[in-house]
Design a protein around this ligand. Structure first.
Ligand code: PRP
Length: 210
């Protein structure tokens, strides 16, 4: 049987997740010295390093069994897989932010909101029954209000530093974000024991850090 494949989001979540693998007693030498390789053996698992949105694509299509990805990407994706565990790392939040002192909700004009996460933004305002125009931006969403493109932004806030340094402030929190473990629908049935074993190992590490 092929080894269990875990798709791991490159970048911010990568370090924290590998640290968890290490604490589980898995040999992480290959990933520590990965060079430019993208599939690395770690203990009994094969780790596939991928961009967040691609982690979800690999899990949904069954080419990887388990994925580690931020709740932000999961919420924006609206796709089919199991979400089975909160790893408690990569903590941040989605928030609505606007230029400091601008009073985003004032007035009756239809507001314009920029976001890299239009689906999250759409749901947030739909829940308020508020009609807004949403503009999709690919990076540095904070620029949109500065350039006069939008009245506010829906974006990830971690330390809040980016907002402060660009004269913006949180208007309202939308939802907390952290790294989650997701599983392909078929793998959950066919490889249940291995997945249970992985989750138990990860749970031991999160419990010891609480
Ligand atoms: C996120 C987000 C903000 C920043 C917030 O971007 O879009 O720009 O982090 O962090 P802070 O509250 O600690 O300042 P990220 O760095 O992930 O880059 P990205 O634009 O590639 O998403």
């Amino acid at each position: 049987m092929k080894r269990l494949r875990i798709a791991l989001t490159k970048g911010r979540l990568e370090k924290g997740t590998v640290e968890m693998f290490r604490k589980m007693g898995l040999n992480c030498d290959e990933i520590d010295n990965k060079g430019r390789r993208l599939i690395l053996p770690v203990g009994d698992y094969d780790i596939v390093l991928a961009k967040a949105a691609d982690v979800i694509t690999y899990i949904e299509n069954g080419v990887c069994d388990v994925g580690i990805v931020g709740k932000d990407t999961i919420e924006e994706s609206n796709r089919h897989f199991y979400e089975i565990m909160d790893l408690g790392i990569g903590k941040c939040k989605f928030a609505l932010a606007a230029p400091k002192g601008s009073n985003f909700y004032a007035g009756f004009s239809v507001k314009c909101v920029a976001s890299k996460y239009p689906e999250i933004a759409r749901r947030f305002f739909a829940q308020k029954a508020m009609d807004v125009k949403i503009i999709k931006i690919e990076g540095s969403v904070e620029l949109a209000p500065l350039l006069g493109l939008a009245d506010g932004i829906v974006d990830i806030v971690e330390s809040g530093k980016t907002l402060v340094e660009n004269g913006l402030e949180v208007v309202e929190d939308i939802m907390p974000i952290s790294a989650r473990v997701i599983v392909n629908l078929a793998s959950m049935k066919l490889r249940k024991n291995e997945i249970d074993g992985l989750v138990k190992g990860l749970e031991k590490v999160t419990a010891s850090e609480e």
